[in-house]
Every structure is written in C-alpha cells, then in structure tokens.
Design a protein around this ligand. Structure first.
Ligand SMILES: N[C@@H](CC(=O)O)C(=O)O
Ligand SMILES: NC(=O)OP(=O)(O)O
Length: 329
C-alpha cells in the first residue's frame, strides 16, 4: 500500500487536498478493492485500534460502510447514534467525544447537522495533545469528504480499474444537478473534480444554486460553470451527479412543487439523450425516486453507477482509516 504522500492527521475537508494525496487515497482504495474481492476479506492492519462512529445525524451507507471498513481492517468498532445516547439527557458533543476518548478510541468518525462540529472535535483532541484522528462523515452543508473521494474513485476506476488517478478526469464534462446550495456532497465534489482538471457544470433552480458558487474553485485547474437550466449542463456530459433535495436544511419555501421540479431538473432517459452516449449517472443516496431522478434511470445498469458508489465507499473508507490510523500501531 502506498502512503508516501500522506501526512494528514485528520480528514475534515477536500478543499486543501493535493493531487498527490488524492492519488494516494485512490491507489490505496484500489488495493483494498482487491482485498474485498478475496474469499477472506480481512487484513490485520488496525488490530487493537478502536474506531468510534459518532453519528449525530441519520445515515445508512456512511455509517455502515465506515463500520464495515473498520472491521475489514480488524479494528474494534463503537457505534453511537445521538437519538439513543446521553445527548438526550443534556450531555454536550465535546463531553461525548471525551467519553469515547476515555474508552481508548483511536479514530473518531463524526457526522453532525451543524457545519464545523468535526473540526471542533479535532481541535479539542489536538489541544488535549492526544493522538486521536478525526474523519468528517458529513457536517451540515459544509463537506462530506469521504463521499467526495468515493465519487472520484467510482469514476476513476471506471476509466482505469488497475490504476485510478485523478488526472484521468482532465477535460471530462461533469454535471452536478439539483440542490447545490444545501449539499455538502456538491461542495466536496466541486473541490475534487475541479482539482482534476474536469469541466464542472452546476445546474439547478436559482433558489438552490446561488451565484456565489461561481467563486468556487477559482484557483483550480478545472473550470466551473453555472446554469439555471438543465439542458446546457447535460449537453455532451460524460458524468452526471444528481442530488436529493435537502428538505431538512430548507428554511423557506424554495420550490414550486416536487412534480414541477422533476419536470425541470429530474434526470430521465429522454434527458440523457443530450449527454454523451456512454454517460454515467451518480447519486450519493439516499434517492427520492421520481424527484431528482426517475426510477427507470436509477435502476438502469447501462447508466447508473449508484450501487458502484456504495461498494466503492467501503474501499475508500478502508483507505482513509488505513492512511490516518496505520502510523500508530
Ligand atoms: N447522504 C448524503 C446526501 C444526502 O443526504 O442527500 C449526505 O449525507 O450528505
Ligand atoms: N451518501 C450518504 O452520505 O448516505 P447516508 O446519508 O445514508 O450516509
């Protein structure tokens, strides 16, 4: 496993990732994909270490895949869900993290509905001088770095399964469609896709795609384009990332109706005719079928990479746990 270009203690954002770091993660994940294809899918790398999944917001795939990834690396896992925890009795987030620290946790995987919580916990661990690593599993509408990395990995392995590298995306056209403003996935995707030199086209209604997004990725090799109509984003696209409407983060009435939204921005077979014939569709999940994407496209193996994304998630999370955790044992 290559870890020569890895000095990162926490993974909180993709905004300052270098291409060498992206490639280290991609190549490490590719090695773990190979491990996951074996009959015995376990390696002893993190034996004796404790990985705590601290999820203060609901999750299906991120929490389960971090847990499986940790188990495949032979770590011990602790799972926390705030609804059934002592948070309900008034314990603070930092006191919760310190409780897990006192149990000997080595790596904390944190999701919270407020942006900045994983960063705050990482800062507290650093202040205490302990060697705990923090992985951001989604903080508010800020970032979802492991999702951004698994999306990158899914695309790069499609282009070159043996040697996935970020440079493979150079000059590809990638559309990101839907509720951009509330999406932490979109923000992490924008960082990695523009770093690759891809042309990234954002599309959504003006209420969900404010002009300020034009400033994203200004210094990156790839260029970013904004569209309030879907068609120019889909035209000749190589990849389309469609996003769920993040209703839990909408504080105002931002859309006419779900039906109208689907008519204007929903990904359907007829709309895909605008894209390159070999276009592939991604979605981080969970999907609201018939809203951001039709059921037919979602289930169409010719176009949909959604299940590949979930499988890639285990390998990417193994890579992240390995890269930040393997220096300790
Ligand atoms: N699961 C992703 C996307 C979504 O919920 O729509 C996230 O937690 O950000
Ligand atoms: N993609 C993603 O983060 O899914 P979950 O919210 O189910 O973890």
């Amino acid at each position: 496993m290559s870890s020569t270009t890895w000095n990162r203690h926490h993974v909180l954002s993709l905004s300052d990732f270098t291409n060498a770091e992206y490639n280290t993660v991609l190549q490490t994940a590719a090695s773990f994909m190979e491990v996951l294809s074996r009959r015995t899918k376990k390696v002893p790398t993190l034996q004796g270490q404790v990985v705590a999944n601290l999820f203060f917001e609901p999750s299906t795939r991120t929490r389960s895949s971090f847990e499986l990834a940790a188990k495949r690396l032979s770590a011990d896992t602790l799972n926390f869900a705030s609804a059934t925890s002592s948070i309900t009795k008034g314990e603070t987030i930092l006191d919760t993290a310190k409780t897990y620290l006192a149990m000997g946790t080595d790596i904390m995987v944190i999701r919270h509905k407020e942006a900045g919580v994983p960063q705050a916990i990482a800062a507290e661990m650093d202040r205490l001088g302990v060697r705990v690593n923090v992985l951001n599993a989604g903080d508010g509408q800020h970032e979802h770095p492991s999702q951004g990395l698994l999306d990158l990995f899914t695309i790069c392995t499609l282009l070159d399964a043996d040697s996935p590298q970020i440079e493979l995306l150079k000059d590809k056209k990638i559309a990101i469609v839907g509720d951009i403003v509330h999406s932490r996935v979109a923000r992490s995707n924008i960082w990695s896709f523009t770093a690759s030199g891809a042309h990234v086209h954002l599309a959504g209604p003006p209420t969900l795609l404010p002009k300020l997004f034009a400033n994203y990725g200004e210094d990156q090799p790839g260029k970013l384009f904004l569209h309030w109509e879907l068609e120019p984003a889909l035209q000749d696209a190589d990849f389309v990332m469609t996003l769920r409407l993040q209703k839990e983060r909408m504080t105002a009435h931002l859309l006419p109706s779900l039906r109208e939204y689907h008519q204007m921005y929903g990904i359907t077979h007829s709309r895909l005719e605008l894209c390159k014939p070999e276009v592939k569709i991604l979605h981080p999940g969970p999907v609201n079928r018939g809203v951001e994407i039709s059921s037919e496209v979602m289930d169409d193996p010719k176009f949909s990479l959604i299940q590949n994304q979930v499988s890639s998630g285990v390998a990417i999370r193994m890579a992240l746990l390995y890269l930040i955790g393997s220096g300790k044992s």
